[in-house]
Design a protein around this ligand. Structure first.
Ligand code: UD1
Length: 364
Protein backbone atom coordinates (compact mmCIF):
# COMPACT_ATOMS: atom_id res chain seq x y z
CA UNK A 1 0.00 0.00 0.00
CA UNK A 2 1.42 3.37 -1.07
CA UNK A 3 1.13 5.94 1.73
CA UNK A 4 0.48 9.46 0.51
CA UNK A 5 -0.19 12.82 2.12
CA UNK A 6 -2.22 15.21 -0.07
CA UNK A 7 -1.82 18.83 0.99
CA UNK A 8 -4.22 21.69 0.33
CA UNK A 9 -4.46 25.11 1.93
CA UNK A 10 -5.95 27.88 -0.17
CA UNK A 11 -9.07 28.17 -2.32
CA UNK A 12 -7.49 27.29 -5.69
CA UNK A 13 -6.05 24.10 -4.16
CA UNK A 14 -9.38 22.52 -3.30
CA UNK A 15 -10.58 21.97 -6.88
CA UNK A 16 -7.16 20.51 -7.73
CA UNK A 17 -6.94 17.98 -4.89
CA UNK A 18 -10.59 16.88 -5.23
CA UNK A 19 -10.15 14.65 -8.32
CA UNK A 20 -6.84 13.30 -7.00
CA UNK A 21 -8.33 12.31 -3.65
CA UNK A 22 -11.29 10.78 -5.46
CA UNK A 23 -9.07 8.75 -7.82
CA UNK A 24 -7.06 7.52 -4.83
CA UNK A 25 -10.25 6.51 -3.01
CA UNK A 26 -11.14 4.27 -5.97
CA UNK A 27 -7.78 2.47 -5.78
CA UNK A 28 -6.96 -0.28 -3.33
CA UNK A 29 -3.23 0.36 -3.79
CA UNK A 30 -2.97 3.81 -2.27
CA UNK A 31 -3.85 5.32 1.09
CA UNK A 32 -4.28 9.08 1.48
CA UNK A 33 -4.02 11.38 4.47
CA UNK A 34 -5.64 14.73 3.56
CA UNK A 35 -3.97 17.70 5.24
CA UNK A 36 -5.49 21.21 5.13
CA UNK A 37 -2.97 23.85 6.17
CA UNK A 38 -5.70 26.37 7.08
CA UNK A 39 -4.16 29.11 4.87
CA UNK A 40 -7.75 29.89 3.89
CA UNK A 41 -10.33 29.50 6.63
CA UNK A 42 -13.47 31.58 5.93
CA UNK A 43 -16.54 29.44 5.24
CA UNK A 44 -16.82 30.66 1.65
CA UNK A 45 -13.06 30.40 1.01
CA UNK A 46 -12.74 26.83 2.30
CA UNK A 47 -15.61 24.85 3.93
CA UNK A 48 -18.05 25.33 1.06
CA UNK A 49 -15.59 23.74 -1.38
CA UNK A 50 -15.25 20.62 0.76
CA UNK A 51 -19.03 20.28 0.79
CA UNK A 52 -19.65 21.01 -2.88
CA UNK A 53 -16.68 19.09 -4.30
CA UNK A 54 -17.47 16.13 -2.04
CA UNK A 55 -14.02 16.24 -0.54
CA UNK A 56 -13.66 14.17 2.61
CA UNK A 57 -13.12 16.04 5.86
CA UNK A 58 -9.38 16.80 6.16
CA UNK A 59 -7.69 14.28 8.44
CA UNK A 60 -5.64 17.14 9.88
CA UNK A 61 -6.09 20.92 9.80
CA UNK A 62 -2.92 22.84 10.64
CA UNK A 63 -4.92 26.07 11.15
CA UNK A 64 -2.10 28.41 10.16
CA UNK A 65 -4.38 31.31 9.09
CA UNK A 66 -3.20 34.60 7.55
CA UNK A 67 0.10 36.39 8.17
CA UNK A 68 3.13 37.63 6.24
CA UNK A 69 4.60 35.32 3.58
CA UNK A 70 7.50 34.33 5.79
CA UNK A 71 5.38 33.73 8.88
CA UNK A 72 2.69 31.81 6.98
CA UNK A 73 5.21 29.63 5.13
CA UNK A 74 7.21 29.00 8.30
CA UNK A 75 4.10 28.14 10.31
CA UNK A 76 2.98 25.56 7.73
CA UNK A 77 6.47 24.04 7.86
CA UNK A 78 6.60 23.96 11.64
CA UNK A 79 3.18 22.32 11.93
CA UNK A 80 3.52 19.96 8.95
CA UNK A 81 6.83 18.39 9.96
CA UNK A 82 5.44 16.40 12.93
CA UNK A 83 2.60 15.13 10.70
CA UNK A 84 5.13 13.79 8.20
CA UNK A 85 7.25 12.28 10.94
CA UNK A 86 4.29 10.49 12.47
CA UNK A 87 2.61 9.29 9.25
CA UNK A 88 5.77 8.25 7.36
CA UNK A 89 4.38 8.81 3.85
CA UNK A 90 5.99 7.45 0.68
CA UNK A 91 4.84 10.58 -1.16
CA UNK A 92 3.70 14.09 -0.33
CA UNK A 93 1.49 15.43 -3.11
CA UNK A 94 1.26 19.24 -3.40
CA UNK A 95 -0.79 21.22 -5.91
CA UNK A 96 -0.54 24.68 -7.45
CA UNK A 97 1.64 27.55 -6.32
CA UNK A 98 0.44 28.96 -3.01
CA UNK A 99 2.56 29.38 0.12
CA UNK A 100 1.23 26.09 1.51
CA UNK A 101 2.48 24.28 -1.61
CA UNK A 102 6.09 25.34 -1.16
CA UNK A 103 6.06 24.96 2.62
CA UNK A 104 4.81 21.36 2.55
CA UNK A 105 7.16 20.40 -0.30
CA UNK A 106 10.15 21.79 1.57
CA UNK A 107 9.31 19.88 4.75
CA UNK A 108 8.95 16.62 2.83
CA UNK A 109 12.11 17.10 0.78
CA UNK A 110 14.19 17.78 3.92
CA UNK A 111 12.82 14.63 5.54
CA UNK A 112 13.74 12.58 2.47
CA UNK A 113 10.08 12.01 1.54
CA UNK A 114 9.35 12.04 -2.22
CA UNK A 115 7.42 15.09 -3.44
CA UNK A 116 4.95 15.09 -6.32
CA UNK A 117 4.00 18.54 -7.67
CA UNK A 118 0.73 18.80 -9.55
CA UNK A 119 0.68 21.78 -11.98
CA UNK A 120 4.46 21.91 -12.32
CA UNK A 121 6.45 23.90 -14.86
CA UNK A 122 4.22 26.96 -15.26
CA UNK A 123 6.28 30.17 -15.43
CA UNK A 124 5.30 33.83 -15.69
CA UNK A 125 9.01 34.81 -15.57
CA UNK A 126 7.93 37.51 -13.13
CA UNK A 127 9.64 37.07 -9.77
CA UNK A 128 7.58 39.92 -8.32
CA UNK A 129 4.73 37.37 -8.09
CA UNK A 130 4.91 35.34 -4.89
CA UNK A 131 3.46 32.38 -6.81
CA UNK A 132 6.35 32.40 -9.31
CA UNK A 133 8.84 31.96 -6.45
CA UNK A 134 6.70 29.17 -5.02
CA UNK A 135 6.54 27.45 -8.43
CA UNK A 136 10.26 27.59 -9.18
CA UNK A 137 11.30 26.38 -5.73
CA UNK A 138 8.68 23.63 -5.47
CA UNK A 139 9.67 22.27 -8.88
CA UNK A 140 13.37 22.31 -7.94
CA UNK A 141 12.78 19.94 -5.00
CA UNK A 142 10.09 17.67 -6.48
CA UNK A 143 10.67 14.06 -7.50
CA UNK A 144 7.69 13.84 -9.83
CA UNK A 145 6.44 16.87 -11.74
CA UNK A 146 2.97 16.71 -13.28
CA UNK A 147 2.61 19.20 -16.12
CA UNK A 148 -0.63 20.70 -17.48
CA UNK A 149 0.56 22.19 -20.77
CA UNK A 150 3.54 21.80 -23.10
CA UNK A 151 5.13 25.13 -22.10
CA UNK A 152 5.78 23.47 -18.73
CA UNK A 153 7.89 20.77 -20.37
CA UNK A 154 10.12 23.39 -22.02
CA UNK A 155 10.42 25.44 -18.82
CA UNK A 156 11.47 22.46 -16.72
CA UNK A 157 13.98 21.29 -19.34
CA UNK A 158 15.52 24.77 -19.38
CA UNK A 159 15.85 24.63 -15.59
CA UNK A 160 17.76 21.36 -15.84
CA UNK A 161 15.06 19.06 -14.42
CA UNK A 162 15.53 15.48 -15.67
CA UNK A 163 12.94 14.38 -18.25
CA UNK A 164 12.39 11.17 -16.28
CA UNK A 165 10.78 13.15 -13.42
CA UNK A 166 8.39 15.07 -15.66
CA UNK A 167 4.97 13.74 -16.75
CA UNK A 168 2.58 15.59 -19.05
CA UNK A 169 -0.78 14.56 -17.60
CA UNK A 170 -3.22 17.38 -18.39
CA UNK A 171 -5.13 19.55 -15.99
CA UNK A 172 -6.90 18.42 -12.81
CA UNK A 173 -8.90 21.67 -12.62
CA UNK A 174 -10.56 20.63 -15.85
CA UNK A 175 -11.42 17.22 -14.34
CA UNK A 176 -13.33 19.15 -11.67
CA UNK A 177 -15.06 21.51 -14.12
CA UNK A 178 -16.28 18.58 -16.21
CA UNK A 179 -17.48 16.61 -13.22
CA UNK A 180 -19.45 19.46 -11.62
CA UNK A 181 -20.74 21.31 -14.68
CA UNK A 182 -24.16 19.57 -14.71
CA UNK A 183 -24.77 20.59 -11.10
CA UNK A 184 -23.65 24.13 -11.82
CA UNK A 185 -26.13 24.40 -14.71
CA UNK A 186 -28.92 24.00 -12.14
CA UNK A 187 -27.70 26.79 -9.81
CA UNK A 188 -30.11 29.69 -9.24
CA UNK A 189 -27.37 32.32 -8.86
CA UNK A 190 -28.49 34.28 -11.94
CA UNK A 191 -32.03 34.66 -10.59
CA UNK A 192 -30.67 35.62 -7.17
CA UNK A 193 -28.50 38.34 -8.72
CA UNK A 194 -31.17 39.29 -11.29
CA UNK A 195 -28.85 38.73 -14.22
CA UNK A 196 -29.75 37.55 -17.73
CA UNK A 197 -27.75 34.71 -19.37
CA UNK A 198 -24.98 36.19 -21.56
CA UNK A 199 -26.09 39.66 -20.45
CA UNK A 200 -23.34 40.48 -17.94
CA UNK A 201 -19.59 40.46 -17.34
CA UNK A 202 -18.00 38.49 -14.48
CA UNK A 203 -14.96 39.87 -12.63
CA UNK A 204 -12.50 38.47 -10.09
CA UNK A 205 -9.53 40.35 -8.70
CA UNK A 206 -7.19 39.44 -5.88
CA UNK A 207 -3.50 39.54 -6.91
CA UNK A 208 -1.35 41.72 -4.67
CA UNK A 209 0.07 43.57 -7.70
CA UNK A 210 -3.49 44.56 -8.67
CA UNK A 211 -5.18 45.18 -5.35
CA UNK A 212 -2.50 46.24 -2.86
CA UNK A 213 -1.69 49.63 -4.46
CA UNK A 214 -4.49 52.23 -4.51
CA UNK A 215 -3.41 53.57 -7.92
CA UNK A 216 -3.64 50.25 -9.75
CA UNK A 217 -6.81 49.19 -7.98
CA UNK A 218 -8.48 52.51 -8.82
CA UNK A 219 -7.51 52.30 -12.49
CA UNK A 220 -9.01 48.80 -12.75
CA UNK A 221 -12.19 49.91 -10.96
CA UNK A 222 -12.51 52.87 -13.36
CA UNK A 223 -12.45 50.41 -16.26
CA UNK A 224 -15.14 48.33 -14.56
CA UNK A 225 -17.23 51.47 -14.14
CA UNK A 226 -17.06 52.12 -17.89
CA UNK A 227 -17.84 48.48 -18.72
CA UNK A 228 -20.77 48.47 -16.28
CA UNK A 229 -22.40 51.25 -18.30
CA UNK A 230 -22.47 48.74 -21.20
CA UNK A 231 -23.70 45.70 -19.26
CA UNK A 232 -23.98 44.67 -15.58
CA UNK A 233 -20.79 43.51 -13.88
CA UNK A 234 -20.95 40.67 -11.32
CA UNK A 235 -17.95 40.81 -9.01
CA UNK A 236 -17.54 38.17 -6.26
CA UNK A 237 -14.91 39.97 -4.20
CA UNK A 238 -11.95 38.25 -2.55
CA UNK A 239 -11.46 39.22 1.14
CA UNK A 240 -8.01 40.69 0.35
CA UNK A 241 -9.58 43.06 -2.20
CA UNK A 242 -12.48 44.02 0.06
CA UNK A 243 -10.12 44.61 2.98
CA UNK A 244 -7.86 46.81 0.85
CA UNK A 245 -10.72 48.89 -0.51
CA UNK A 246 -11.87 49.62 3.00
CA UNK A 247 -8.33 50.24 4.27
CA UNK A 248 -7.59 52.64 1.40
CA UNK A 249 -10.73 54.67 2.02
CA UNK A 250 -12.22 53.42 -1.27
CA UNK A 251 -15.18 51.68 0.36
CA UNK A 252 -17.55 53.72 -1.81
CA UNK A 253 -16.71 51.28 -4.59
CA UNK A 254 -18.16 48.36 -2.69
CA UNK A 255 -21.55 49.91 -2.04
CA UNK A 256 -24.26 48.15 -4.03
CA UNK A 257 -25.08 49.65 -7.42
CA UNK A 258 -27.39 48.38 -10.11
CA UNK A 259 -24.69 47.72 -12.64
CA UNK A 260 -21.64 46.91 -10.51
CA UNK A 261 -22.79 44.02 -8.30
CA UNK A 262 -20.13 43.42 -5.70
CA UNK A 263 -20.90 40.29 -3.73
CA UNK A 264 -19.13 37.97 -1.29
CA UNK A 265 -16.99 35.11 -2.66
CA UNK A 266 -19.12 32.27 -4.04
CA UNK A 267 -18.90 28.52 -3.68
CA UNK A 268 -17.79 26.34 -6.59
CA UNK A 269 -21.23 25.55 -8.03
CA UNK A 270 -22.60 29.11 -8.08
CA UNK A 271 -19.27 30.46 -9.32
CA UNK A 272 -19.14 28.00 -12.20
CA UNK A 273 -22.71 28.89 -13.19
CA UNK A 274 -21.94 32.63 -13.03
CA UNK A 275 -18.94 32.01 -15.27
CA UNK A 276 -20.83 29.73 -17.70
CA UNK A 277 -23.49 32.34 -18.42
CA UNK A 278 -21.26 35.43 -18.50
CA UNK A 279 -20.73 37.16 -21.84
CA UNK A 280 -17.12 37.74 -20.87
CA UNK A 281 -14.84 37.25 -17.86
CA UNK A 282 -12.27 39.70 -16.50
CA UNK A 283 -9.82 38.17 -14.04
CA UNK A 284 -6.34 38.10 -12.60
CA UNK A 285 -6.69 34.46 -11.49
CA UNK A 286 -4.61 31.68 -13.01
CA UNK A 287 -7.25 28.95 -12.79
CA UNK A 288 -10.01 31.05 -14.34
CA UNK A 289 -7.89 31.56 -17.47
CA UNK A 290 -7.94 27.76 -17.81
CA UNK A 291 -11.61 27.29 -16.94
CA UNK A 292 -12.76 29.93 -19.46
CA UNK A 293 -10.61 28.24 -22.09
CA UNK A 294 -12.34 24.90 -21.65
CA UNK A 295 -15.76 26.56 -21.42
CA UNK A 296 -15.15 28.63 -24.58
CA UNK A 297 -15.75 31.97 -22.84
CA UNK A 298 -13.87 35.13 -23.76
CA UNK A 299 -11.45 35.99 -20.95
CA UNK A 300 -9.51 39.20 -20.40
CA UNK A 301 -6.64 38.69 -17.98
CA UNK A 302 -5.82 41.84 -16.01
CA UNK A 303 -2.08 41.24 -16.03
CA UNK A 304 0.88 41.85 -18.32
CA UNK A 305 1.93 38.19 -18.44
CA UNK A 306 0.58 34.69 -17.92
CA UNK A 307 2.21 31.47 -16.79
CA UNK A 308 -0.49 29.65 -18.77
CA UNK A 309 0.29 30.57 -22.42
CA UNK A 310 -1.81 27.73 -23.85
CA UNK A 311 -4.90 29.69 -22.74
CA UNK A 312 -3.87 32.36 -25.27
CA UNK A 313 -2.51 30.20 -28.11
CA UNK A 314 -5.25 27.55 -27.91
CA UNK A 315 -7.86 29.19 -25.72
CA UNK A 316 -10.01 32.25 -25.33
CA UNK A 317 -7.68 34.30 -23.14
CA UNK A 318 -6.12 37.66 -23.91
CA UNK A 319 -3.85 39.85 -21.78
CA UNK A 320 -5.50 43.22 -21.06
CA UNK A 321 -2.96 44.83 -18.73
CA UNK A 322 -3.94 46.76 -15.62
CA UNK A 323 -4.65 50.29 -16.77
CA UNK A 324 -8.08 51.75 -17.48
CA UNK A 325 -7.28 52.37 -21.15
CA UNK A 326 -5.81 48.94 -21.99
CA UNK A 327 -8.66 47.14 -20.24
CA UNK A 328 -11.36 49.14 -22.03
CA UNK A 329 -9.58 48.75 -25.39
CA UNK A 330 -9.34 44.97 -24.90
CA UNK A 331 -13.00 44.82 -23.83
CA UNK A 332 -14.12 46.63 -26.98
CA UNK A 333 -11.89 44.50 -29.19
CA UNK A 334 -13.24 41.23 -27.76
CA UNK A 335 -16.85 42.42 -27.98
CA UNK A 336 -16.27 43.25 -31.66
CA UNK A 337 -14.30 40.07 -32.46
CA UNK A 338 -14.92 37.23 -29.99
CA UNK A 339 -12.14 34.62 -29.88
CA UNK A 340 -12.44 31.22 -31.57
CA UNK A 341 -13.74 28.60 -29.18
CA UNK A 342 -13.07 25.37 -31.07
CA UNK A 343 -9.66 24.44 -29.59
CA UNK A 344 -9.17 22.26 -26.53
CA UNK A 345 -5.66 22.12 -25.04
CA UNK A 346 -4.04 18.71 -25.22
CA UNK A 347 -5.06 16.28 -22.44
CA UNK A 348 -7.57 18.68 -20.88
CA UNK A 349 -10.05 15.84 -21.06
CA UNK A 350 -11.22 15.18 -17.51
CA UNK A 351 -8.76 12.31 -16.85
CA UNK A 352 -5.68 14.06 -15.48
CA UNK A 353 -6.13 12.65 -11.95
CA UNK A 354 -6.22 9.07 -13.29
CA UNK A 355 -2.91 9.67 -15.09
CA UNK A 356 -1.39 11.11 -11.91
CA UNK A 357 -2.45 8.07 -9.93
CA UNK A 358 -1.01 5.70 -12.55
CA UNK A 359 2.33 7.57 -12.48
CA UNK A 360 2.50 7.60 -8.70
CA UNK A 361 1.86 3.86 -8.49
CA UNK A 362 4.40 3.16 -11.25
CA UNK A 363 7.06 5.36 -9.63
CA UNK A 364 7.16 3.50 -6.36
C1 UD1 B 1 -3.55 33.11 -1.93
C2 UD1 B 1 -2.42 32.65 -2.83
C3 UD1 B 1 -2.73 32.99 -4.28
C4 UD1 B 1 -4.09 32.45 -4.68
C5 UD1 B 1 -5.12 33.00 -3.70
C6 UD1 B 1 -6.51 32.53 -4.01
C7 UD1 B 1 -0.15 32.70 -1.87
C8 UD1 B 1 1.14 33.41 -1.94
N1 UD1 B 1 -1.16 33.32 -2.52
O1 UD1 B 1 -3.61 34.54 -2.00
O2 UD1 B 1 -1.75 32.40 -5.11
O3 UD1 B 1 -4.39 32.84 -6.00
O4 UD1 B 1 -4.76 32.57 -2.38
O5 UD1 B 1 -7.43 33.08 -3.13
O6 UD1 B 1 -0.24 31.64 -1.30
N2 UD1 B 1 -8.38 36.18 4.05
C9 UD1 B 1 -9.60 36.08 4.65
N3 UD1 B 1 -10.15 34.84 4.76
C10 UD1 B 1 -9.55 33.72 4.31
C11 UD1 B 1 -8.29 33.84 3.70
C12 UD1 B 1 -7.72 35.07 3.56
O7 UD1 B 1 -10.19 37.06 5.07
O8 UD1 B 1 -10.13 32.61 4.43
C13 UD1 B 1 -7.79 37.53 3.87
C14 UD1 B 1 -6.87 37.90 5.00
O9 UD1 B 1 -6.99 39.27 5.21
C15 UD1 B 1 -5.51 37.62 4.43
C16 UD1 B 1 -5.70 37.94 2.96
O10 UD1 B 1 -7.04 37.55 2.67
O11 UD1 B 1 -4.50 38.34 5.03
C17 UD1 B 1 -4.74 37.26 2.05
O12 UD1 B 1 -4.78 35.83 2.26
P1 UD1 B 1 -3.50 34.93 1.83
O13 UD1 B 1 -3.80 33.50 2.02
O14 UD1 B 1 -2.28 35.48 2.50
O15 UD1 B 1 -3.32 35.25 0.30
P2 UD1 B 1 -4.37 35.37 -0.88
O16 UD1 B 1 -4.40 36.78 -1.34
O17 UD1 B 1 -5.68 34.73 -0.53
Amino acid sequence: MLKTICVCGARPNFMKVAPIVEACARSSEIEVLLVHTGQHYDKNMSRIFFDELELPEPDINLEVGSSSHAAQTAEVMRRFEPVCLEYHPDWVVVVGDVNSTLAAALVAAKLGVSVAHVEAGLRSFDRAMPEEINRVLTDAISNLLFVTERSGLENLKREGIADSKVKFVGNVMIDTVMRHRPRAEASSILERLELAPKGYVMVTLHRPENVDAAGTLTSILRALEVISADQPVAFPMHPRTRGNLTGMGLAGWVSPSANLRIIDPLGYVDFLKLMLDASLVLTDSGGIQEETTILGLPCLTLRDNTERPVTITQGTNRLAGRSTDTIIAAYRAVRAHPPATDHVPELWDGHAADRILTSLLAAD
